[in-house]
Design a protein around this ligand. Structure first.
Ligand code: CU
Length: 356
């Protein structure tokens, strides 16, 4: 490669990257993402070319045809050139028609899922995502296998949210009171990010979810099975599962760090100072009330931001409530001792199960 060609290729390599993406986007992992990048960079380089042409031209002409002496008569410029006018009309018309067609085609493709696509219902709620799978369970993680078209049907329980998965180049609003749709087919296994792309309140920036693409159909089916088979779990195991399924983990840590809500670590039987200055002991009754009526006793320094778990799509069933309370207990010394004495088997309850 000649030094000139190398120099000319450098900005393209920096902007577009070796395999696409570059400084603007993450590496594309769907066909649609690669097509998106192709159109984006086509528009980018056309715009860059005309920007350079027009600005360099303006400077050159301004210098070349400047008035040199005071009082020099202004030279008459040609008023009409049919051939030139045809060229600068026809070529840009072809270019913008092609760009319009590319954009329209991409738009229609993104709105039309292939028939038989695996459908996941996505619900946005301040400030967590819930994904309901056709097998009848919900999770706060978006899972799918490689190579299978997945249709997302979106709605919101409160305000406008928007599903944005940069690696797939898809973005679709979740609107209260109606359903919207988008779809993707991932070509590469891995873990990607889903963000809320519509400002929805103070914790908007924390409203994200992992997107896990399984390497084949079998590992995905295994994951589905692990999510649906909750029947023979102990209360502690059930609570641990619900901690992610019911999206608790988005706001409550188990390691003492503050996310949106108080951490579950050492919560049980601790003294809680409330907004109104009173204190309360975090016993079972307090935990039960905090889950079902989260805004009744707000701990000082936190906002009453927790969704309603007493009704609606996130409703906690009686056995699930026992599971969650047991799980929260297991995050503190006092609770573990209590569970052990009762023979509930608290061993290992403090650690979160790693999921594929
Ligand atoms: Cu949001």
């Amino acid at each position: 490669m000649s030094p000139f060609a190398l120099l000319a290729a450098a900005p393209a390599a920096l902007l577009q990257g070796g395999q696409g993406g570059g400084i603007f986007f993450p590496r594309p992992v769907t066909e649609a993402a690669a097509e998106h990048d192709r159109v984006f960079f086509l528009i980018f380089w056309i715009a860059a070319f005309f920007f350079a042409l027009i600005n360099v031209g303006a400077v050159v002409f301004a210098v070349r045809y400047r008035r040199r002496r005071k009082g020099e008569p202004v030279e008459k410029s040609p008023s009409h050139n049919t051939r030139l006018e045809l060229v600068w009309t026809i070529i840009p018309t072809i270019i913008v028609c092609y760009l319009f067609w590319s954009g329209l085609k991409g738009y229609v493709d993104r709105r039309t899922a292939p028939p038989g696509a695996y459908t996941i219902y996505v619900t946005g709620q301040k400030w967590a995502w819930s994904f309901a799978y056709p097998e009848g369970f919900a999770s706060n993680e978006l899972h799918a296998p490689v190579g299978r078209p997945v249709k997302l049907v979106l709605t919101s329980n409160d305000v406008l949210h928007s599903v944005f998965i940069p690696a797939f180049r898809i973005k679709m609003d979740a609107v209260p009171g109606r359903y919207t749709e988008t779809w993707f087919k991932a070509d590469e296994a891995g873990r990607y990010n889903l963000f809320c792309a519509e400002y929805c309140g103070s914790q908007h920036s924390l409203m994200s979810a992992p997107v896990i693409i399984h390497r084949d159909r079998k590992t995905f089916d295994d994951w589905v099975k692990s999510q649906t088979d909750l029947s023979d779990l102990s209360p502690l195991e059930l609570g641990q599962r619900l901690y992610t399924l019911k999206t608790c983990s988005s706001c409550h840590s188990t390691d003492g760090s503050k996310i949106v809500g108080p951490s579950f670590k050492d919560l049980y039987l601790s003294e809680r100072e409330l907004e109104d200055g009173s204190t309360v002991t975090a016993d079972e009754d307090y935990l039960r009330r905090s889950i079902l009526q989260s805004t009744a006793q707000v701990v000082k320094g936190f906002s009453p931001a927790m969704p309603d778990f007493s009704a609606g799509p996130l409703k906690v069933q009686p056995n699930e409530l026992i599971g969650l309370i047991t799980f929260i207990k297991a995050q503190s010394e006092a609770g573990r001792a209590e569970l052990e004495a009762a023979g509930a088997g608290a061993e290992g309850g403090g650690e979160q199960q790693e999921q594929q």
